[in-house]
Ligand binder design. Sequence first.
Ligand code: FES
Length: 100
Amino acid sequence: MSEETPVIRFFRGSKPIGVAAVVADAPILEMAEIAGVTIPTNCTSGNCGTCLVTLREGKVELPEDLPPGLDEELVQLGGTLTCCIKPIGSCDIDLIPPAW
Ligand code: FES
């Protein structure tokens, strides 16, 4: 196979803190766990916004109706919820959420 395996790279600011191969059909949080990266969570169902991070590179599967923990403004700033949103291919994730 010549295709590269998609990976999620985790950062805190500019500091790389972990990397994991993309798990099909799994939310970003699962790859964080594999990478040994702790992301604070609460509801784990898209409601509270505790698991908000910043998507620096790559794409994620955003539902048409955004979950309550996310809004258009946050999405514009790169905000994404790790507990319920799945990556599409490789992504760079900064654990520091977007500044409002
Ligand atoms: S843990 Fe509540 S929105 Fe992700």
